[in-house]
Design a protein around this ligand. Sequence first.
Ligand SMILES: [Zn+2]
Length: 137
Amino acid sequence: MSSSSINSSTSCYCGKETPIRISTTDGNPGRKFLGCYRFPAKTCDYFRWVDPPTTPSSIQKKLDYMINRNDELDSKNSALEKKCRGIEKELEKKKLECECLIQKLEKLEKKLESATKLRKMMNWFFIGLCVLMFMFK
Ligand SMILES: [Zn+2]
């Protein structure tokens, strides 16, 4: 069996696409195979190994690969955790800045409100002054 014959369009005798499954038998643990899409129900008996036969050296190779991959993922995970902590700190800082800005904005709104009241009063005072000047002219 050549590996080039295995692709996503491989189909069983039923004409349906065959999913890649992983063997859990003692003889071929972890070995990938293609079988009828109806497996484990009544199948058309289509069967092909994807991986070469399981041998102690192939198991050792897989194990070495998995250990290396695990180490890689561990260091990536540590880097991501560090990055995440940095982002959390930054977020906390931004939250505080935001709260500070909201307080400033509230103070400015109050100032604007009293300035508007004062302006209205000044307008009425000016109108009153004009009326008085007109009356006592
Ligand atoms: Zn089938």
